[in-house]
Design a protein around this ligand. Structure first.
Ligand code: F6R
Length: 610
């Protein structure tokens, strides 16, 4: 997803912009650019490809003199990745430069009106509309702030903007609606950015810009305005993240580092919510009465976050006996869901900015339904807008493919399910105590699995040339299979599919041929026999079967070709363990194939367009 950085201060701007953009690389992008005011005019440099190209083009920023600038990494939405479509975009006189994250939904209508007024467009982007529209209003009112507010009233959709006016050269403007943007208050200047890691090198004091707010930064002042141009007051927040948390720390890839952070992530998400042998989720501010009044839960999310919801449907229903529907957010928002009184909508998102997930949250709120966000990024849109928020304390996740945030999302939902079940009286105090004991063991058990990675690593090396892989499981094991399959395909580009084990024979089994790899997940004791029958079915058709199963299930050695054992835990929590070898499998296959593990092709870390 696009990244924005802006700087105004004592330093040369371009190197600061490049540095900040580098910290936003994880968001995914296909081109990059910068606009810097050199004392006389605004100069723009942009280039398709990695930041390295822009870096070389500008000699590390040296060729763009000046201390005021905006920078951008673009992930194409309107128009292909190209130099001309890359941001920043100019007005015709080159006196206004704009970088943009998001989508201007009514850009075609605006573009046609502007063309009728004589404006000429160089790019295919929706962003260029903003540059020309600013020009149109600025020429009328001669006041940058007023021109910005006028544009805000005209454009529909989502936007975070960084703007330079050469007529007001000692100022950087920024504004947002439904796309993230923060302001950093530094010692040697002030910054804007799409995300905190871009400013951490310079400051920990950060303002979160809310929807339809405007920030005006000079070297030593930061002012905020509403959409009517009236001044508003905002309080900065101190960011506690360790800057090293945003660096690779000795691992070959962020993904591997983040996998190894999972024991800590699980501990951090779990421990503060277990007090004196009880689960306490105070931050929700939910009364027992509210919990008892829940008649139905909808879990809504995208991708891996959705997969954690699929797992937890079994757990909420099994433990708390509350009916649960799980939806992919992009479907939920357009299917006119039946949301009756007594429904709780749980929204799960690492970034807290996923466009479809955010829209699903807003839909539920519009219908007067209570929403609970499970979110990793503090201050993100979902965190701010949900009625109740439970944070996953995974820290910044840089690799595009999620691992530690996924694990934290599972834990947060386990805690909720146990809490709900306890309050509703569907489980006993002994059961609660037993679950807590098992949960507390998970971090060490995950660590043990990570430390024994060689067995799965060796296995992965044999499958670098695989064309198709199938993942099968039943119940929670099916949910684990969904995630195992996604991890493999998104980073190694090997086609894979996950199936409920009993479903394969209804068509897909025709794809099994000699040597096809089938990864089976078999961690639910009451389903061992059923899944083993499915393993036998594919094996007799030539499949090579990997099984991930519990230590006790040695019987499986008779049916599967290669077995990875996970330590004993409650069947509800096996996802947290079984996913570790599957993450490692996907990772080592991708490394073996030489793939760009942390930034897989075509993917973005934070999907802020629908
Ligand atoms: C896959 C992955 C994605 C995200 C999905 C939702 O590894 O990371 O499938 O889970 O894009 O993102 P968030 O959780 O930020 O809403």
């Amino acid at each position: 997803m696009c990244g924005i950085v802006g700087y105004i201060g004592k330093k040369q701007a371009a190197p600061v912009l490049l540095d900040g953009l580098e910290k936003l690389e994880y968001r995914g992008y296909d081109s990059a650019g910068m606009a810097v005011y050199d004392g006389k005019q605004i100069n723009i440099k942009k280039a398709t490809g990695r930041l390295k190209v822009l870096n070389e083009l500008t000699h590390g920023g040296e060729l763009l003199p000046g201390t005021v600038g905006i920078g951008h990494t673009r992930w194409a939405t309107h128009g292909e990745p190209s130099d001309v479509n890359a941001h920043p975009h100019f007005n015709a006189d080159r006196t206004i430069a704009v970088v943009h994250n998001g989508i201007i939904e009514n850009y075609l209508k605006l573009k046609n009106t502007l063309i009728e007024r004589g404006y000429k467009f160089l790019s295919e982007t929706d962003t260029e509309v903003v540059a020309h529209l600013l020009d149109y209003y600025y020429k009328k009112c001669k006041n940058p702030l007023e021109a910005i507010t006028k544009v805000m009233h005209r454009v529909e959709g989502s936007y975070a903007l960084g703007i330079l006016f050469s007529d007001e050269p000692d100022v950087v403007y920024s504004v947002r609606k439904d796309s993230p943007l923060i302001v950093g208050k530094g010692k040697d200047g002030n910054l804007i950015a799409s995300d905190v890691p871009a400013v951490l090198k310079y400051t920990r004091e950060v303002y979160f810009i809310e929807n339809e707010e405007i920030a005006r930064l000079s070297e030593d002042t930061i002012e905020f305005f509403n959409v009517d141009g009236e001044t508003i007051e905002k309080e900065p927040k101190m960011i506690e993240w360790d800057i090293n948390a945003a660096e690779k720390g000795g691992y070959e890839h962020f993904m591997l580092k983040e996998m190894y952070e999972q024991p800590k992530t699980v501990r951090d998400t779990l421990n503060p919510r277990i007090k004196d042998g009880r689960i306490v989720i105070d931050e929700l501010g939910m009364t027992d009465e509210e919990i008892r009044a829940i008649k139905k839960i909808h879990i809504v999310a995208c991708g891996s976050a959705y997969h954690t919801g699929v797992t937890n449907k079994y757990i909420f229903e099994g433990m708390a006996r509350i009916p649960v529907e799980v939806d992919v957010a992009s479907e939920f928002r357009y299917r006119n869901p039946i949301l009756e009184e007594g429904t709780l909508v749980i929204i799960i998102s690492q970034s807290g900015e996923t466009a479809d997930t955010l829209a699903a949250l807003r839909l539920a709120k519009e219908r007067g339904i209570m929403t609970l966000g499970i979110v990793n990024v503090v201050g993100s849109s979902i965190a701010r807008e949900a009625d109740k928020v439970m944070y996953t304390w995974a820290g910044p996740e840089i690799a595009v493919a999620t691992t530690k945030a996924y694990s934290a999302q599972l834990i947060a939902q386990y805690l909720l399910a146990i809490k709900f079940a306890e309050v509703r009286g569907t489980i006993s105090a002994e059961q609660v105590a037993g679950y807590i004991t098992d949960l507390k063991k998970l971090p060490d058990q995950i660590e043990m699995l990570l430390n024994n990675k060689e067995k799965i690593q060796r296995f992965a090396n044999r499958y670098i040339a695989a064309k198709d892989v199938f993942f099968i499981g039943r119940g929670i094991d099916y949910a684990i299979s969904l995630e195992g399959s996604l991890k493999l395909k998104e980073i190694s580009y090997i086609h894979s599919e996950a199936y409920a084990a009993g479903e394969l024979k209804h068509g897909t089994i025709s794809l099994i041929e000699d040597g096809t790899l089938v990864a089976s997940v078999v961690t639910q004791p009451d389903l061992y026999k059923k899944t083993i029958s499915n393993i036998v079915e594919v094996r007799t058709r030539g499949a090579f079967v990997l099984a991930i199963t519990n230590e006790e299930n040695t019987e499986i050695e008779k049916a599967a070709d290669y077995v990875i054992y996970i330590p004993q835990t409650n069947p509800y929590f096996t996802n947290s363990l079984a996913i570790i070898p599957l993450q490692l499998f996907g990772y080592y296959v991708a490394v073996g194939k030489g793939c760009d593990v942390d930034k897989p092709r075509n993917l973005a870390k934070s999907v802020t367009v629908e």
